[in-house]
Design a protein around this ligand. Structure first.
Ligand code: PMT
Length: 399
């Protein structure tokens, strides 16, 4: 069996086509469990999906098919993929806002499984700014959107709003299931955020990294089934709940933590902006403006290069923060640090790189090949990066 698809059927005329999608998902090897929204129940019945899937179809947030068990938690944990088909404008709004108003939207908030949405609605409703913003919010969180096609819709109007073909929806669900399994059984170590090098008891030398990129990699790796150690410098972010988070301040503490965590790891991703130099001797007293203002700096040890040298079997991916000649500078770092791959980003741009919600990277590999990951949310960039790195690692079952 390929896994469990929890399928939300919501209020759209296309709800009748959800039966075909459920049946083809089962033919593709999935167990399918259906939740109907109140709107969907105006078009189709729970009995139809129960007969097709062999599982109870839930219609109310408080439906509990197993006495004493909470279905919204059990189904959220069992789900390998969440699929909304068809997704009404209202369902997209609920999912984007995280509003748990019916069984499916409650499961969606309780689950880390990848989400696939297949919208179907009137073309005006689909192109409305609110709907498009909700779709963007879902995409930014890693959801796969199966675009509706153009044609005559049930209300007699013409435009983009028809539910995509069944085969396309089944393929997107398969893709999501593969993604959620890609790192199962692996251990991934990620560094994130800046380091803070003490100048004196009250001042530090640091940089503009927010930690968003590294935290997104940790989150994406968890969603793909990995066990994750997140080594983080000081940030204002909340770490993903299932990460083993280790907090450090200085480059030297980050090095110790990384060497420790990488002992039984399969992949090390160094997204942290580590200080290249640190005060040679931090002052024990506050630096006074009328005192000696000269600070002598010493280079820090290179964490990613040290890890790559010490663990030659480990797949090691660095990041290159560049402002000019981005690709050439990144390739030089890849060679010099002995890395398996490096993700180059242009940190002179304000729309990507440091502190922004989006990024755009070119991933360079040791064999000379490269892939471009276009501008998207840091979570989506993280997912695409992890997909690109997986073939460098041992195949599943050999970890
Ligand atoms: O945190 P955000 O605000 O989301 O921003 C993301 C980011 C821009 C910080 C991230 O995408 C990024 O580019 N991280 C690497 C920053 C960096 O230090 O780049 P670098 O080109 O100076 O270093 C190259 C590589 O060597 C990096 O993997 C770095 O972690 C590593 N390094 C550097 C110095 C050092 N002493 N030890 C290291 O391991």
């Amino acid at each position: 069996m390929k896994g469990v698809v929890v399928m939300g059927v919501t209020g759209s005329v296309a709800a009748y086509r959800a039966a075909d999608v459920a049946r083809d998902l089962m033919r593709a090897g999935f167990e399918v469990r259906v939740c109907l929204s109140r709107g969907a129940a105006e078009f189709v019945t729970a009995t139809l999906f129960e007969a097709l899937t062999g599982n109870p179809a839930l219609t109310d947030a408080f439906d509990e098919p197993k006495p004493g068990r909470m279905a919204h938690i059990d189904w959220a944990r069992d789900a390998d993929v969440l699929l909304v088909c068809p997704a009404s404008a209202n369902a997209l709004a609920r999912l984007a806002a995280g509003r748990s108003e019916d069984m499916f939207s409650t499961i969606a908030v309780a689950s880390t499984a990848p989400l696939v949405v297949a919208p179907a609605m009137n073309p005006e409703m689909f192109s409305h700014e609110a709907t498009q913003q909700n779709l963007k919010a879902l995409r930014d969180r890693g959801a796969i959107v199966v675009e509706p096609t153009e044609g005559d819709v049930a209300c007699g109007e013409h435009g983009q709003g028809k539910l995509a073909p069944t085969q396309v929806i089944v393929e997107a669900t398969l893709q999501a299931a593969m993604r959620s399994d890609l790192y199962r059984g692996t251990r991934v170590v990620v560094t994130a955020g800046p380091t803070a090098e003490p100048l004196d008891p009250v001042r530090i030398l640091t940089n503009r990294s927010s930690g968003k990129m590294g935290y997104a990699i940790a989150r994406a790796a968890i969603q793909m089934g990995a066990e994750v150690v997140l080594i983080t410098g000081p940030t204002c972010l909340t770490p993903p709940p299932r990460a083993d988070t280790r907090r450090v301040e200085t480059a030297s503490e980050m090095l110790t933590s990384a060497l420790n965590a990488c002992q039984n790891a399969d992949l090390f991703v160094a997204a942290a902006a580590v200080a290249d130099f640190t005060p040679k001797e931090p002052r024990s007293d506050k630096i006074r403006r009328d005192g000696d203002l000269t600070v002598e700096l010493a280079p820090t040890q290179d964490i990613v290069a040290t890890v790559a040298e010490k663990f030659p079997e480990l797949v090691v991916c660095g990041f290159a923060a560049e402002v000019s000649e981005v690709e050439a500078a990144a390739r030089a770092k890849l060679e010099k640090k002995g890395l398996s791959a490096i993700a180059a980003n242009d940190v002179s741009r304000s729309d990507i790189g440091f502190d922004s919600d989006d990024n755009e990277v070119t991933v360079l590999f040791r064999d000379g090949s490269k892939i471009e990951i276009p501008r998207s949310s840091k979570l989506v960039v993280a997912m695409r990066l992890l997909e690109a790195l997986r073939p460098l690692m041992a195949p599943p079952g050999k970890n």
